[in-house]
Design a binder for this molecule. Structure first.
Ligand SMILES: Nc1ncnc2c1ncn2[C@@H]1O[C@H](COP(=O)(O)OP(=O)(O)OP(=O)(O)O)[C@@H](O)[C@H]1O
Length: 309
């Protein structure tokens, strides 16, 4: 894995401490169920922020509100001071990219093609140009392929550029999701359980990858049940319990907070566990999320999954 993403003319970089994402008073109700209760959260440029909490706490629902998949019942989400429309493609265009808890790759496309799909919000060539296939189209296509290959180098997948996504081991499928998200040149990357189903070595490599992403000026907001990963990585951690933000602070503050220990950690964090079950309560997920493929198991379809996880 290389440690730099070559510079791009992108809306990405934001100065440290400059607010990038500001979610204010977000409430999400599904009928009688309030999944997210008045949650506010800011992510500044240069930060890695963690979002943790027990199963069903509302973490993914909150992500879905941030990325336009759900229209919050109340509250606003702003990026760089502008309120975001609740439309996923406009959110991506604004500079926020995400990965999903359940991997959503195009299984029968190659690794490179999957990343190229992620570039579509940053290419200007329209339908007419694609049909005519003039010089502008070919130039743009070449630039996109070069950029996609850079991102595959960065994530350590370049040697597998021509492999079908379905044939990658599970840990590499997760990396490919990250490469594809980076292809939209985000200023903020949202990762939903990026290490679910990974072994300790893969988890460690993902940790390094997230640091490298941050070092390129891309802020990161990450949901994860692996507490060692979260507490090593994050500048700040917010804890959701039953849809409400219980505590927010540095890793040290959060891991020593009695309320967090009682509601989520179960016991004081020792810094040694490898994965969630040792640090999280009994209702934390198995190492792989429901519906996630095993190592080497391919996604079933070429279509992306329709659920919102
Ligand atoms: N589309 C939906 N319709 C109805 N209820 C939903 C929907 N999406 C989520 N919920 C409910 O909202 C609550 C929060 O779920 P969510 O998936 O956001 O939790 P989570 O913190 O991400 O959990 P996990 O750690 O298990 O992924 C749950 O009770 C869930 O059943």
């Amino acid at each position: 894995m290389t440690t730099t993403i070559p510079q791009q003319p992108t809306p990405a970089s934001a100065g440290p401490k400059q607010a990038l994402l500001e979610a204010s008073g977000v409430i999400m109700r599904f009928g009688g169920l309030t999944a997210v209760r008045d949650v506010s959260l800011t992510v500044n440029g240069g930060e890695i922020v963690g979002l943790i909490g027990p199963n069903g706490a509302g973490k993914t629902t909150f992500f879905n509100c941030l990325t336009g998949l759900y229209v919050p019942t109340e509250g606003t989400v702003s990026y760089r001071g502008t309120v975001l429309p609740p439309k996923p493609h406009l959110v991506t265009q604004a500079g926020i990219a995400r990965t999903f808890q359940n991997i959503r790759l195009f299984a029968n496309m190659t690794v490179l093609e999957n990343v190229l799909v992620g570039r579509h919000t940053r290419t200007r060539e329209g339908l007419f140009s694609a049909i005519v296939r003039g010089p502008g189209f070919h130039r743009a296509e070449r630039a996109s392929r070069e950029r996609a290959m850079e991102l595959l180098e960065f994530t350590g997948l370049a040697a597998k550029a021509d492999h079908l996504a379905r044939n990658l081991p599970y840990g590499e499928q997760r990396k490919l999701e990250i490469a594809r998200a980076l292809a939209s040149e985000p200023g903020l990357l949202l990762l939903d359980e990026p290490t679910a189903g990974m072994n300790p070595q893969e988890t460690r490599a993902t940790e390094e990858l997230v640091f490298a992403i941050r070092d390129q000026g891309i802020a990161v907001l990450v949901i994860e049940h692996d507490m060692r990963f979260i507490f090593n990585l994050c500048d700040r951690v917010a804890v959701l319990v039953q849809g409400e933000k219980l505590v927010e602070g540095s890793s040290e503050v959060v891991q020593n907070d009695e309320r967090v220990i009682a509601a989520y950690l179960g016991e004081p964090f020792e810094g040694t566990p490898q994965s969630a079950p040792e640090a999280a309560p009994a209702d934390a997920p198995e190492s792989a999320p429901a519906g996630a493929p095993d190592d080497d198991e391919a996604p079933e379809n070429d279509e992306q999954q329709e659920n919102d996880k």
